[in-house]
Design a protein around this ligand. Sequence first.
Ligand code: SF4
Ligand code: MG
Length: 332
Amino acid sequence: KQVLLEVKELKKHFHLGKNQTLKAVDGISFKIHQGETFGIVGESGCGKSTAGRTIIGLYDATDGDVVFDGMNVHDMNEKERFQFHKQMQMIFQDPYASLNPRSTVAEIISEPMEVHGLYKTKKERLKKVYQLLEDVGLNRDHANRYPHEFSGGQRQRIGIARALALDPKFIIADEPISALDVSVQAQVVNLLNQLQREKGLTYLFIAHDLSMVKQISDRIAVMYLGHIVELTDSSQLYKKPLHPYTQALLSAIPIPDPDVEDKRERIILNGELPSPVDPPSGCVFRTRCAHAMDACSAIKPAWQEIDENHFVACHLYDKKITGGQDHSQVAA
Ligand code: SF4
Ligand code: MG
């Protein structure tokens, strides 16, 4: 499998003045393969949106590297950067806030084409707009209407059409269905899946809800307080979650079959999400972890591959810390 995007030790810190630094993203690394859907999941404030925005270049990275299609963003010249911005597009959570209310649908979708100097005439651009509207399940009659005339689901389709206007390879979808009615969510997920097949797209799918990312992602990274704490295949994460935080997130998802009695115990996290301005020492999760040991406040857990392609950062799985004992059963 060819790697399309590699993120290496990426950091995004915001300086708040008075020597205070908000460490929104604090050293995350992963690779996304061509044609894959890679999910990032975590509760609000974990840094997942900031990570997406830093990768696409809406924020300057504080440190680390973003390598796209074999090229490091740092090393790109102006022309290469322009191409990069064409290849990577974003879909936002709130389709209404991200669409200019005073522009028609045709204007909204053709704007990126104009910026990038594609499809020289207005007529050519309009032809592309019609094609895109069809691709996302709308039609050409919608082209001269305004965003407020559409439902939430339709507006998100317009946002998707705009993201596709430059024929990108890679799309970052930041909670693209969180603001939609439950009945509409599945339709938009189906559309994203269909577009992926038809156009060979690669997705980074950001969500706060594990049940949502599961449906669409091949692999999932679990983020907590600026760090990735676990990373594996979507099915493996559900079958055998290793990190206590992942286990807590999973325990909160109801079993969909009403005939199956849900015997699992809901894991309640201790306390509140700490501030990323003053994160806990050692393991960032330790203030809320039921398994925290002495080592957890002193030593940052190493990133380890426990099973094939199953990575976790937790001392319970580190025999150097637990003195050779495997504590994984304690957590599981
Ligand atoms: Fe809990 Fe310690 Fe593992 Fe962190 S390293 S998740 S505090 S057991
Ligand atoms: Mg967000």
